[in-house]
Design a protein. Structure first.
Length: 338
């Protein structure tokens, strides 16, 4: 009688965070906080997070009244599955001229081809100066977006979103949007359930509505004017039903035109784009957590038909419903209508 062989634990995905002089301590801590909380169903860490400098081990200055001691030099970048570059206030020629310093260029030479690259806020300047964003979509803090686009005209800058996922290169808007991006990466790698647990433990929303447009400074609105909060809550309670724009506007006693303008100002996207995003999230949750057929998931998430849901999931995630379910619910039988 042979004993059952225990399979070795999978190696955690290694995330290396590049600490640059002038860094923001808050942003440096985001990858540590988010990725280190992600666990599998046996409570094993799914990510290993290490920090490195562009120089040999030693202190790195921050934008605050303290420095941090970094124990790894740039050679550790060669071991990364994902490299994260947080923002820094001392990017020098990277920010002013769009070129890397010799020290930074030498550090990035350690990054292996195929490594996933992530920038938080103005960390995108580093990726752009290194040529990683050429011809690709990206974002950065809204206050820097115009300057970023002038400096790197070859990059397709979208200043309205919280983050951009372009497969192996991802960029986020300012500061806290780095949390949104890291939670998104956990969701992309391991599914909604793991990402939601990380979000709960961090006390942040698992998915924020809209984009940067809602945070750009604008004239203070008349306090007597209604927001679109009630309409969004009303829609979320009946995502499985057909929802017309006029019905959402009626929840706030607004004309369709006024409601659409106010909604975009507050949320950063149109009501239609927001509804589609919410339905995609509902479909993902149902595909991961239930054995419902694809047809039923499509109906319960408001897409109506499986074909419509496939089109929207393909556009949003790059995969079909059945492929998504196989990735995150391998325990489910393919007899679920796929």
């Amino acid at each position: 009688m042979t004993s059952e062989r225990t399979l070795p634990a999978p190696r955690p995905h290694r995330v290396v965070v590049l600490a640059l002089d002038g860094l923001l301590p808050f942003e440096l801590g985001i990858p540590q906080r988010i990725f280190r909380l992600a666990r599998d169903d046996q409570r094993r860490r799914l990510y290993e997070v290490v920090t490195c400098s562009v120089r040999p081990p030693g202190p790195v200055e921050t934008d605050s009244d303290f420095a941090i001691m970094v124990e790894n030099g740039p050679e550790i970048l060669a071991t990364a599955d994902t490299v994260v570059v947080p923002a820094s206030y001392e990017l020098g020629p990277v920010h002013d001229e769009g070129v890397l310093t010799e020290e930074l260029a030498a550090a990035l030479d350690h990054v292996r081809p195929g490594t996933r690259l992530v920038a938080i806020c103005t960390g995108g300047y580093v990726l752009a100066a290194a040529g990683y964003l050429d011809g690709r979509p990206a974002t950065t803090h809204w206050a820097s977006a115009e300057h970023f686009q002038r400096l790197f005209p070859q990059v397709r800058v979208d200043a309205d979103v919280l983050f951009v996922d372009d497969g192996d290169v991802l960029t986020s808007a300012g500061v806290a949007a780095g949390i949104d991006l890291c939670v998104h990466i956990v969701r992309r790698d391991h599914g909604t359930a793991v990402a939601n647990e990380v979000a709960r433990r961090t006390v942040v929303p698992p998915h924020r509505d809209g984009g940067q447009a809602q945070y750009i400074e604008r004239p203070v609105p008349d306090p007597q004017q209604s927001s679109t909060t009630n309409a969004r809550a009303w829609a979320l309670a009946r995502l499985q039903e057909p929802i017309q724009l006029r019905d959402m506007a009626a929840q706030e006693s607004m004309s369709v035109r006024t409601f659409t303008r106010r909604f975009r100002e507050e949320v950063g996207v149109s009501p239609g784009q927001w509804l589609t995003g919410q339905r995609v999230e509902r479909a993902r949750h149902l595909l991961e957590s239930t054995a419902l057929s694809v047809d039923q998931v499509a109906r319960d998430s408001g897409f109506g038909t499986a074909q419509s849901m496939r089109q929207h999931l393909q556009a949003a995630l790059g995969v079909t419903p059945s492929a998504y379910r196989r990735t995150f619910r391998s325990d489910l039988s393919t007899a679920c209508g796929e």
